[in-house]
Ligand binder design. Structure first.
Ligand SMILES: [Zn+2]
Length: 256
């Protein structure tokens, strides 16, 4: 391998080193050699090559070609994820799911996996759905166990329902939590049947309150209110929710 360096071609040089690393990683035209792959990625990293950071991060996470170092894995993958590298988002998402090298955070995990899925990273969609199903199950269990008094949302989900009809609408996902550019919100239908961000419960009129995530709920005093008619949301809200969600994810990831 010739590692010729010319002044002024730093970026090309970094890309060449990255490609050499991939060749060693996958054994393309050269014998597979993880240690050599890691060396190439390290040299490429030093020149600021982002995809090389991602590959090095994955190697530190798995201990392939280098001594396993979760702290470095998170550092490199985090830098690549900040530049919206789908593979880095995917791998970091899985680390957040199990709490490997980071504090376990299923909400962060699902956002990263969903973002990687939206960018078309293979397999990310099924992982995102899997984590989302776990979170939805947890959320629904919490909602059923908490007092029906106030309509509260946090930065990641619905925390408490105000009345039985609202609880049912949330469980049926007729009313959904969304992340918007201006903050968390509930999306449902307005009186004309149009998708709308709700500022109050359409059944009992309780205002939507924003509270800290995983607020502690002690007493259980269900306050059942008369059921008011509420039409099922159109399919369209899923599209709007997805658009809001990806916008919010984008902002969250950039701020991370
Ligand atoms: Zn209500």
């Amino acid at each position: 391998m010739a590692f010729d360096r010319q002044p002024g071609d730093n970026h090309e040089d970094a890309e060449t080193l990255y490609q050499q690393g991939l060749a060693f990683l996958y054994g393309t035209d050269v014998p597979k050699d993880y240690a050599k792959a890691a060396e190439c990625f390290k040299s490429s990293c030093k020149k600021g090559h982002m995809p090389a950071r991602r590959e090095l991060g994955i190697m530190y996470a798995s201990g392939q070609g280098v001594e396993k170092d979760l702290e470095r894995a998170v550092l490199y993958l985090g830098q690549a994820a900040d530049s919206l590298d789908p593979s880095a988002l995917y791998h970091l998402g899985l680390m957040y799911e199990v709490g490997s090298g980071v504090e376990k955070d299923m909400q962060k995990a699902v956002r990263m996996l969903a973002y990687a899925a939206e960018m078309g990273f293979p397999g990310a969609d099924s992982d995102a759905e899997r984590v989302d199903a776990i979170l939805t199950e947890q959320r629904n269990r919490n909602l059923r166990a908490r007092p029906l008094l106030k309509l509260q949302i946090s930065d990641v989900d619905v925390e408490a329902a105000c009345c039985k009809p609202m609880l049912d609408a949330l469980l049926a996902q007729d009313i959904v939590f969304i992340d918007t550019a201006s903050g968390p919100a509930l999306l449902g239908e307005d009186l004309d049947g149009m998708d709308a961000v709700l500022s109050r419960c359409p059944y009992c009129g309780a205002p939507v309150q924003v509270v800290p995530r995983d607020k502690k709920y002690r007493s259980r005093h269900p306050e059942l209110l008369p059921h008011l008619p509420f039409r099922r949301c159109s399919q369209a809200h899923e599209g709007i929710a997805a658009a809001f969600r990806s916008l919010r994810q984008f902002i969250i990831i950039l701020r991370r």
